[in-house]
Design a binder for this molecule. Structure first.
Ligand SMILES: Cc1ncc(COP(=O)(O)O)c(C=O)c1O
Length: 406
């Protein structure tokens, strides 16, 4: 065994021995990254169409992000939310200026943003003296792995094995307007919130239609229920606008954010519209790490970069290239059933299991995500070059052709 092969072997053995066996890992360990490329312990190059699951939206090792980290760690990393923080206050202002009037709660992950949204919805129910409140969520949705996260998630396979989940959550089918109207009617006077991802991610990229979202807005307004958008995956340019809700023509009451906000540093946020900004009262929610000096400085720089470089233009031009090439591939190969998505948040639905496709892509130097059993999810850095976008699509096409011809 050469040195690098034994290095990987050691990493694998330590992982297997000491990390809980929760993930179906691919046999590779990355050592460093440069924008849309990752390199493993053998220095093999991979084109990254996963971005750490829509996290490293600005690619790997962005020099301005590195500079922001260096500058901040030289000053201060962490104090406490019991004190004022210049970095957190500036980040909150920037988030509000880019979303809708209101206030922000900073936390560490998407799941924690979900938890805060859930507690806020329950506190809102208390305020309205609704004793058996209902939150409407969507089948196929994903909102995180805590108990409130899986309770709100519309996937049975994630519900089992943990005893009783939180009650008062009802599921309806995405984009089914009759079911949505019926749910609001059935639970009239009890619905306190409707929660949805604008594009359902983990179940295979299912965009909610504008008609459906507008109906959800009407029904939530009529019923004085909160419209909660989970933009944890779609936020920060992923779908071609800063946030996916911008194309709906209305803003939500509550928005959950994480992933791309920190360019790889764990940070999440809950944006709460003015009308509801006092629902969570002082002392009823909190966090030790959330929005610490370092995380807030990185997130601030992340948003500043998206705004000042032509990132969204690159998303939209690369999206056109990717969608048009994927449609051509679909026309050629019967195993490609459907192409869905927006911006650089694209799903390729196959007639075969997607994991084997992702594995062969990896062998050939392309990282894609297999999700929803038969979907390949494509989420490269928003800064990807057309050269590597096309090279990645070439690899995907050759792998799909291989399975087509089997
Ligand atoms: C839409 C959505 N909501 C919530 C989460 C949970 O976020 P985290 O893994 O940061 O806790 C995810 C993560 O994949 C997600 O995609």
């Amino acid at each position: 065994m050469n040195d690098t092969a034994s290095e990987f072997q050691t990493t694998k053995e330590l992982t297997d021995k000491y990390l809980l066996d929760l993930f179906n890992r691919y046999p590779v360990a990355f050592r460093y990254g440069v924008n849309e490329l990752l390199f493993d312990q053998n220095n093999k190059q991979y084109i990254d169409f996963l971005s750490g699951v829509a996290v490293t939206n600005l690619g790997h090792s962005d020099p301005d992000i590195i500079e922001a980290i260096r500058t901040q760690i030289d000053k201060l990393m962490h104090t406490s939310n019991w004190f004022y923080s210049e970095e957190a206050s500036k980040l909150a202002e920037l988030l509000i200026l880019n979303t809708f009037p209101g206030k922000v709660f900073l936390c560490n992950s998407g799941t924690e943003a979900t938890e805060a949204a859930f507690k806020l919805a329950r506190a809102y129910a208390e305020q309205k003296q609704i004793h058996d409140p209902v939150i409407i969520s969507l089948h196929k949705s994903f909102h995180g792995r805590s108990v409130s996260g899986i309770s709100l998630t519309g996937q049975k396979k994630l519900h089992t094995g943990f005893g009783r989940l939180l009650d008062g959550i009802e599921f309806v089918s995405p984009n089914n307007e009759e079911e949505l109207v019926a749910a609001f009617e059935r639970f009239a006077g009890r619905v306190v919130a409707f929660i949805a991802e604008p594009i359902i991610g983990e179940s295979g990229i299912i965009p909610l239609t504008h008609g459906y979202m507008n109906l959800a807005r009407e029904l939530t307004l009529e019923n004085e229920a909160l419209l909660i958008l989970d933009e944890i995956q779609t936020g920060f340019g992923r779908t071609g606008t800063m946030f996916a809700f911008e194309t709906f023509g209305f803003s939500p009451d509550i928005m959950m954010l994480a992933k791309g906000l920190g360019s790889g540093f764990p940070i999440g946020a809950l944006v709460v519209a003015e009308k509801y900004q006092d629902v969570l009262a002082k002392g009823t929610h909190g966090t030790t790490f959330g929005g610490n000096h370092l995380g807030a400085a990185i997130a601030y720089e992340t948003i500043r970069i998206i705004q000042t470089r032509d990132i969204l233009a690159n998303v939209n031009s690369c999206s056109e290239i990717a969608l048009s090439r994927l449609h051509q591939i679909k026309d050629k190969l019967k195993i490609v059933k459907e192409i869905r998505g927006k911006g650089l948040h694209i799903g390729v639905e196959l007639t075969i299991p997607s994991r084997q496709v992702a594995e062969l892509c990896l062998e050939k130097g392309l990282i894609v995500n297999a999700t929803g059993d038969t979907v390949i999810r494509i989420m490269p850095a928003l800064t990807i070059s057309t050269q590597y976008l096309n090279e990645g699509l070439d690899i995907l096409e050759s792998v799909l052709t291989h399975f087509q011809n089997q």
